[in-house]
Design a binder for this molecule. Structure first.
Ligand code: F6R
Length: 258
């Protein structure tokens, strides 16, 4: 696992550069996109490149990680709506090529199976963007999630509902209790994973993710089993890493082995 400690702005540009390089070699790249605050600078940086004519995602496809259960179409906090506003509207990807699990389906289990089939049918995800929750979740795989889980219904923790109340005008009661989420096993099948975490509130989850023991208590730790992960953090999110000097040193001298 590679750890890059830098500024939030540089994180956006570094990941956008990587996506641009990927799309240049494979225009039909399949991206995995996250909602929430963490990836916003990446989407802004991608938008700048598309506006400048340096990048086109016209032939790319994208899959979201998760969705609240029970929010009707048109609800502004639905992740489908959020990803369209934050990502799709900024770039030139075909809106129909951006897919997410249907949290408003009558049969949620069937919707989860259908979503797994869709991802598989697209050939899997080439590059997955992740954030991490303060309780260590990735996608909405809350503590206690099976490390081999697939897309399914999950119950959100009280902490996650509290953290996300800001997307519901601060109204905790309006935050759904359930979601559909790609499983940890699903996420591990992405060929490349980049995770973004900024701010002091993420410091413990980041330290566990990178240096903790792999366990369902901190679901992000499962990424230690993936062969190609980079964790991008700012100074605050890196503040509880014991080996931060080593990660800085590694990055500073990377060119000597590349
Ligand atoms: C969102 C998602 C979540 C968020 C996490 C961090 O699709 O899957 O895992 O990445 O809750 O959220 P922010 O970035 O808002 O702190």
């Amino acid at each position: 696992m590679e750890v890059v400690i830098t500024t939030a702005d540089e994180i956006g540009d570094l990941i956008a550069d990587e996506i641009a390089a990927l799309v240049a070699s494979a225009p039909e790249t399949v991206l995995g996109v996250a909602t929430g605050s963490s990836p916003l600078r990446v989407y802004e940086a991608l938008g700048r490149r598309v506006s400048a004519g340096e990048l086109s995602l016209a032939r790319a496809r994208a899959f979201t990680l998760d969705e609240y259960v029970g929010l009707p179409a048109g609800h502004p906090a639905r992740y489908d709506a959020v990803i369209r506003e934050e990502f799709v509207a900024r770039v030139d990807i075909d809106p129909a090529a951006v897919r997410g699990p249907d949290g408003d389906a009558d049969d949620l289990d069937a919707a989860c199976r259908r979503y797994e089939d869709e991802i598989r049918g697209a050939g899997g995800i080439d590059l997955q963007i992740l954030g991490i929750g303060t309780d260590g979740h990735i996608a909405f795989n809350e503590p206690g999630s099976s490390l081999a889980s697939r897309t399914r219904v999950k119950t959100l923790t009280a902490q996650t509902r509290l953290d996300n109340a800001r997307f519901f005008d601060g109204d905790l009661d309006a935050v759904p209790r359930h979601c559909l989420t790609q499983g940890l096993g699903t996420i591990l099948e992405a060929r490349r994973i980049v995770l973004v975490a900024t701010g002091e509130a993420k410091a413990q989850a980041v330290a566990q993710l990178v240096e903790g023991a792999v366990s369902a208590r901190w679901p992000g730790t499962v990424l230690q089993h993936h062969p190609d992960v980079t964790v991008f953090v700012d100074e605050a999110a890196a503040s509880q890493l014991e080996l931060s000097d080593y990660y800085r040193d590694t990055r500073a001298h990377r060119s000597l082995v590349q």
